[in-house]
Design a protein around this ligand. Structure first.
Ligand code: HGY
Ligand code: MN
Ligand code: MN
Ligand code: MN
Length: 414
């Protein structure tokens, strides 16, 4: 499986940890963790730092029109490159590893090549995609979706956050409205290493996940309009309570997940009431529902079941609602030969490996329809992520990055 010329190469875990901790300073939260929302001032700090490292490594750096960063290390021949990518934006209660590991492990691969003097046949590209999280600007995976053509650039640049800030203007404000056309590099193949963000590897005692595919994602925002009124004087029969309707929708989403079963998940992550006062019946509720399933047909079933529930809830309460689709990605399966490569490389290095789907969305899912794509998972302590307690042990990071190194160099010699 591995090539004699590079099978002895290994990553430097102290250097990788050093970069992870340094990047974790950009948007560091008081009690630990990181808040580096896409296109915020802290995202700029992180971008500046990563671009600095790319330049130190002698990479040719490009910033495209949606702010995707790419650093190119030439190969022996000018062939379609092996791309290693992920994201450095985080959710507001983010950890040190989600996304960041994927970009910094890519830089670590480049550092190992620089140290060893080994030049692979194909160029290596390290990419950091804009707004993978989608917490501030929906949809998620925005930069990689634009890069792969599944989201039009102009549409992305016009998207607003809840406060009315616009993607294109925020990119310019932080100095990352690049000149290059997104998607200017079509990779030979794509790798993403990522923390699992779930409990499976830890519970099963496996060290490496050879990811088989990524769940489909359906994000919908509901703005429910009722009638504000006095909490004490308004008889129950006369209420049009947007807050109650929103709560009933959350219960319905949970019910739908139970009815569909298997890998179906449903989350109400946003639920804002207006005027949000103890003695006022809410006139308005803005909420979101995140539905996911690895099976597209079941995901569609979940969407239509929930739609029927919401229609009935709002009718019964005498409130109106507007639904707005924030994101919709179909499930993807990764190229089986790439999954085999990850599993085989991990086994060769003596790591317990399991094939598994990803519950979280990833930039890799945007590349899967275009080119052979693989993901390497490493365990998340307690299955925790999107939480400041997110943690993966150094030896686990080291194992995952070494599997990435060997797998990426194997492809770079094809
Ligand atoms: O929502 C997700 O799964 C990813 O973290 N954007
Ligand atoms: Mn991520
Ligand atoms: Mn995430
Ligand atoms: Mn990802």
């Amino acid at each position: 499986m591995t090539h004699p010329t590079f099978s002895n190469l290994r990553i430097d875990i102290d250097r990788l940890l050093g970069r992870l901790m340094a990047l974790g300073q950009d948007g560091a939260l008081e009690g630990g963790g990181v808040c580096r929302l896409a296109l915020s001032d802290t995202d700029k700090l992180g971008r500046d730092r990563v671009v600095g490292w790319m330049k130190e490594l002698g990479l040719t750096v490009t910033v495209d029109k949606v702010g995707n960063l790419k650093g190119v290390l030439p190969g022996r021949e000018d062939l379609p490159p092996v791309m290693i990518g992920s994201h450095i934006d985080t959710v507001a209660t983010g950890g040190l590893y989600d996304g960041n590991l994927g970009v910094l492990a890519g830089l670590e691969v480049v550092s190992v090549l620089k140290d060893s003097g080994y030049v692979p046949l194909r160029p290596i590209v390290v990419a950091a995609f804009t707004n993978e999280e989608g917490s501030r600007f929906a949809p998620d995976m925005m930069g990689s979706a634009v890069d792969r053509g599944s989201l039009p650039l102009d549409e992305a640049l016009a998207i607003k956050d809840a406060e009315g800030f616009v993607v294109g203007e925020e990119l310019a404000r932080i100095g990352y409205a690049g000149e290059t056309d997104p998607g200017h590099i079509d990779p030979y193949c794509f790798f993403e290493i990522h923390v699992e963000q779930g409990p499976v590897l830890e519970e099963e005692g496996d060290l490496i996940g050879a990811v088989t595919g990524v769940q489909g994602i359906s994000w919908t925002e509901y703005v429910i309009e009722g009638e504000s009124n006095h909490a004490g004087t308004t008889p129950m029969r006369l209420r049009h309570d947007a807050g109650f309707a929103a709560a009933a929708v959350a219960v319905a989403a949970r019910k739908v997940a139970g009815a569909i079963g298997d890998s179906q998940v449903a989350t109400v992550g946003v639920n804002e009431l207006d005027p949000n006062l103890v003695n006022v019946i809410a006139r308005k509720a803005r909420m979101t529902v995140d539905l996911r399933n690895i099976d597209e047909v079941k995901l569609q079933q979940a969407e239509s079941m929930l739609a029927a529930e919401i229609e009935a809830i709002c009718k019964a309460e005498g409130v109106s609602y507007i639904a707005r689709k924030l994101a919709r990605f179909e499930p993807v399966m990764f190229d089986s030969s790439m999954v085999d490569l990850i599993a085989g490389t991990a086994k060769e290095q003596g790591y317990a490996v399991r094939r598994m789907p990803s519950g979280a969305g990833h930039d890799a899912q945007m590349f899967a329809p275009n080119c052979p794509t693989a993901m390497v998972f490493v365990p998340s302590k307690g299955g925790i992520s999107h939480n400041i307690e997110e943690y993966t042990a150094p030896e686990e990071l080291q194992a995952g990055a070494n599997v990435l190194l060997q797998a990426a160099l194997t492809k770079a010699e094809e």
